[in-house]
Design a protein around this ligand. Structure first.
Ligand code: TXA
Ligand code: MG
Length: 305
């Protein structure tokens, strides 16, 4: 009952052109009315994005997405197979698309997704408009997977609390712009699960526009592929065979389960960062399945800033 009232109030905020943070299965989103240029501009303002990166437009059903973008047969097949779910599909904007041009940063394409979270779907339906929603963190910081993370970043913001995000990393972004499917960002739906040839190797990922290399960064420095821990470091472990260490430590998955690791990746980065260590040593993560998205986010966290 309480949640229903929260959603009605949050939808009123959205309709007034203001921002609301809401849970999705991947990470918490910073939502605004996608058809409002002012609403979209407020998202960039709140995140302090260095440039207008294009945003994902969230809708409640595949049919709504098909009205906003021109989907090929292949793109429609992916939508039907994986929505609601952690997949974003980039297609040409439909001629009648009412989404603000600022949301696609001037591109003639649009990124669309149906999130698999009841609170997100209810908010979209109650608002009666599609919602743009980047992750609800200031630009360059770790993405939030709990309402508390969002409140820490934006104390004034209306936040719908849906508990911890089940997937824990952002959606996989695939474009269908010239007849071929291209993987622009690895994410919560693995390349294997997509089941389509999206390039020959992991290095073939084409980076989505506006993607900064240094991103998802904790305050601490990050050292990858660590097989031992140096003095002053915290350890972000993975799997059963953990090097000896007496300082702060978190294990992404003691059993070596990549889905479990993805779900708690950002949460553990937030937690180790709160220990105020100088550096976080991260054990090697396998590159298959969701390991590709985990590796992408950790590489960005480790990039020079
Ligand atoms: O899981 C997610 O996708 C989360 C939740 C809240 O839904 N949202 C999210 O949004 O990660 P954001 O703004 O952090 O990432 C949007 C991604 C970027 O990589 C951007 O470059 C890409 O989508 N993108 C958006 N529009 C695009 C377009 N027209 N063409 C190519 N890439 C696009
Ligand atoms: Mg983000």
């Amino acid at each position: 009952m309480r949640q229903g009232m929260d959603i009605a109030a949050a939808a009123a905020e959205i309709k007034a052109g203001r921002l609301v943070a809401f849970p999705t299965e991947t990470v918490y989103g910073l939502g605004a009315d996608a058809t409002s240029g002012v609403g979209v501009a407020r998202v960039y303002e709140a995140k302090a994005r260095p440039q207008f990166n294009p945003l994902i437009t969230h809708v409640a059903s595949a049919d709504e997405a098909f009205n906003l973008g021109d989907f090929s047969q292949d793109a429609k097949a992916l939508a039907h197979r994986f929505w609601p779910g952690p997949l974003t599909i980039v297609v040409p904007r439909a001629a009648s698309c009412p989404v603000a041009m600022l949301a696609s940063a001037g591109l003639s394409s649009i990124a669309l997704r149906v999130p698999a979270h009841e609170v997100a779907l209810e908010l979209i339906r109650a608002s009666g408009v599609p919602l743009v929603a980047p992750s609800a963190n200031p630009s360059g910081r770790i993405s939030p997977t709990r309402a508390e993370h969002v409140r820490g970043y934006f104390p004034q913001l209306t936040v719908l609390d849906g508990g911890a995000c089940a997937v824990g990393v952002e959606s996989t972004v695939v474009s269908f712009l010239d007849g071929t499917a291209r993987l622009l960002r690895p994410g919560g739906l693995s390349r294997e699960a997509l089941g389509i040839a999206l390039g020959e190797s992991n290095s073939e990922i084409l980076h989505a526009p506006g993607g900064l290399l240094s991103h998802y960064a904790p305050n601490a420095a990050v050292r990858l592929n660590a097989t031992h821990v140096e003095p002053g470091e915290a350890l972000l472990a993975f799997g059963p065979h953990v090097p000896a260490h007496s300082g702060p430590m978190r294990n992404l998955s003691p059993s070596g389960d990549l889905a479990e690791a993805a779900a708690c990746l950002f949460e553990n980065l937030h937690a180790l960062d709160a220990e105020k260590v100088a550096r976080i040593a991260v054990m090697p993560i396998p590159l298959h399945g969701l390991g590709e998205a985990i590796h992408d986010r950790l590489t960005r966290a480790a990039a020079p800033r």
